[in-house]
Design a protein around this ligand. Structure first.
Ligand code: HEC
Ligand code: HEC
Length: 284
């Protein structure tokens, strides 16, 4: 299903091993370019965040601090936090802890390592001391980002650098900005990404849902919650309706105003993501 498709696509992301030199950008004094020898930790964390969002966030919370489905706070887990190599986590994920914690045999060691880096980046400083990740750096090329924004990326069909996104570079931290390019959903569970206490983040645009029962009755409204077993919506009168789900019955269609961004999740390469970030940071 969707998870599997996204997973495969994520696996296909080109690994970023060295930062691109961008002399033009440097000359304008806008971006700091990481030395080529230094692995861009920001890219590792961002990749880990994507993999975590798709595989773990539903239960462990978007920021790894624990979720509604009973997943524990992973920044407190010695399996993740005490082993800088992520080997322990890789071993653990192969078996999981049935019945509540599933096994993940489809994740590569590289993905597990990215996930571990992301979880560690979410640990409060005191606990994460020694394992804290480097401060997020801008490693992309703003000019390539601008071209992608107005070209292949088609971002300009919905956004404008002088309109809705004006000033976004001053509004967010670099990591928040990068996160919101990928998925602008500040709170909420799967497939959301949380950015901790970011007072600037606007409220999430609600998803809508239409439920068609076997007798043809159609009910629609704002999506409140959905699982394999039931779906709850709020209609225009503010009344909540909950339906049991059994496979394809009733027929449930969820519409997401951020669909363009969900579609972007598996497609955006690391380079495009970093170039876009470098570009949007300049919109002050
Ligand atoms: C379906 C929900 C669910 C999903 C999805 C899930 N987990 Fe879990 N996970 C749990 C639950 C529940 C526990 C606690 C299990 C227990 O102790 O019985 C747990 C426990 C863990 C632990 C052990 C914590 C400790 O130190 O005791 C780790 C590590 C972990 N999960 C990592 C992950 C990672 C990484 C992913 C994504 C690749 C993931 N989990 C996906 C539900 C989930
Ligand atoms: C089909 C329309 C559509 C396309 C295409 C699209 N977006 Fe978005 N984008 C949205 C919507 C809708 C939101 C949510 C706005 C809100 O929450 O008010 C959003 C939000 C964002 C935000 C967060 C804005 C904020 O203030 O926090 C960023 C950043 C962003 N998009 C970047 C991009 C980039 C970069 C691209 C191209 C790769 C892109 N978007 C393509 C519809 C789109």
């Amino acid at each position: 299903m969707i998870l599997a498709a996204v997973m495969c696509a994520l696996t296909g992301l080109a690994p970023v091993t060295s930062a691109q030199e961008t002399p033009e950008a440097n000359a304008q004094g806008r971006v700091r370019v990481a030395p080529a020898s230094e692995p861009p930790q920001q890219a590792v964390i961002a990749r880990g965040q994507l993999a975590f969002t798709q595989n773990c966030a539903f239960c462990h919370g978007a920021d790894a601090h624990g979720g509604a489905e009973g997943g524990v706070d992973l920044t407190l887990s010695t399996i993740v936090m005490s082993d800088p190599t992520a080997a322990q986590l890789a071993t653990f994920l192969k078996v999981g802890r049935p019945p509540r914690m599933p096994s993940f045999t489809n994740l590569t060691d590289a993905q597990v390592s990215d996930i571990a880096a992301f979880v560690r980046s979410k640990a409060p400083p005191a606990r994460g001391a020694g394992l804290r990740e480097a401060k997020v750096e801008i490693v992309g090329d703003p000019i390539a980002g601008q071209q992608f924004f107005n070209g292949e990326g088609k971002c300009d069909t919905c956004h404008s650098a002088t309109g809705d996104l004006k000033g976004i570079g001053a509004k967010y931290s670099v990591s928040t900005l990068q996160g919101r390019i990928v998925l602008p959903r500040g709170t909420g569970l799967y497939p959301g990404i949380s950015f901790g206490s970011q007072p600037n983040v606007p409220p999430d645009l609600p998803r809508t849902v239409t439920v068609r029962e076997p007798n043809g009755k159609i009910t629609s409204g704002k999506l409140v919650s959905i699982s394999d077993f039931d779906v709850t919506l709020r209609d225009t009168n503010g009344v909540h309706h909950t339906f049991d789900r059994n496979g394809d019955v009733p027929i449930v269609v969820v519409k997401d105003p951020l669909q363009a961004h969900l579609d972007l999740l598996p497609k955006l390469t690391n380079k495009e993501m970093h170039d876009l970030t470098a570009y949007l940071v300049t919109l002050k």
